[in-house]
Design a protein around this ligand. Sequence first.
Ligand code: SF4
Ligand code: FES
Length: 231
Amino acid sequence: MLFEIYRFNPETDSKPHMQRVELDIDPAGKMLLDAILLLKQQDETLSVRYSCREGVCGSDALNVNGQNRLACITPLPELSEPVQLRPLPGLPVIRDLVVDMAPFFRQYEAVKPYLLNHDPQPEIERLQTPEQRDQLDGLYECILCGACTSSCPSFWWHPERFLGPAALLQAYRFIADSRDQAGEERLSYLEDPYRLYRCHSILNCTASCPKGLNPHAAIARTKQLLIKRKL
Ligand code: SF4
Ligand code: FES
């Protein structure tokens, strides 16, 4: 199979370039990450990031033929050649296919992605009804891979001011949680021309999520709540 790989080593290169590489591999039954690891065996200088190999850790998100995907759950036979591999867009490149996720995690931390509840700790757990628990479906499954946020033009243009779809999905995840008591505080933080309202419903986020989540729907529900509390 033919690959074109983004290469950039800031210690030796003045600018990035695409490297064409032929790999002797039978794609049947293999995932893209299998091929990338063989490419790395061929050339040990290739930098990649991965861990679980099961679509759980979110560390091997990259741009494949123009779309953000997780390498470990992308079937190799699906890909047209040359397979173009680039780092996630909109984030600083550390080297080759590895980006600096710090701007992404700064936005995640900003939404306080944990339960805020000032009641005394219960002896065992904070209970929810099945209906309350259902409200979290489609939200809690996020693996923080960054595929959505890094595909979002609003994030590219305002990475420090717009929170991006992943952080906004997480913000809504806690607003929707019956055990959380900071809904009003969370909504007030989000009511800002940049943090939330720079989402222009471009929908790249939902198209890119390898877990099938819909960050745009979470953003839309947050906007509805903000409208409702003004009425
Ligand atoms: S919403 Fe989907 S694409 Fe975005 S960080 Fe979570 S798992 Fe990744
Ligand atoms: S290696 Fe963990 S999600 Fe792909």
